[in-house]
Design a protein. Structure first.
Length: 147
């Protein structure tokens, strides 16, 4: 049986990945999260579709995107996602440690639906991810998407 994933998390930092999944576990969403740890793989899976998918189905309600990724920067991924007819309507939340005004402006110019700076404190980080998950998974209405 295939696993169905509704949330795509593109994050290379193992600590942030672990914290995010722990927060999603708290609200029973951890098993709905498909993780990708570099920009090149993200584009292969989401845009080029050059990836074996026999064990999973991606039906993203939201993509959580870090900017500082190896191989391909998050802004380039965002640009590709929002310029592709198959992925442009998927909400993309930039979830990053960058407070750089240039990153914020560029993210919105490229079509980000939200820009959230990762809190440094553990409790605040977990609370932020909880709130992101609850809103974007349970409340926000998106069309049915299958990659």
């Amino acid at each position: 049986m295939k696993n169905i994933y509704d949330i795509i998390l593109i994050e290379d930092n193992p600590s942030d990945l672990k914290l995010t999944l722990k927060a999603f576990e708290k609200i029973n969403l951890a098993n709905r999260v498909f993780t990708i740890n570099d920009g090149e793989t993200a584009l292969k899976i989401l845009i080029n579709k050059d990836y074996p998918k026999e064990k999973f189905i991606l039906k993203p309600k939201v993509i959580l995107l870090d900017l500082m990724l190896p191989k391909i920067h998050g802004l380039e991924i965002l640009k590709e996602l929002k310029s592709n007819p198959d992925t442009k309507i998927i909400p993309v939340i930039v979830l990053t440690s960058s407070r750089d005004e240039i990153d914020i402006i560029e993210s919105y110019k490229l079509g980000a639906n939200s820009y959230i700076v990762k809190p440094v404190e553990y409790e605040k980080f977990v609370q932020s991810v909880d709130e992101i998950g609850i809103y974007w998974y349970f409340f926000n209405v998106t069309p049915e998407i299958k990659l």
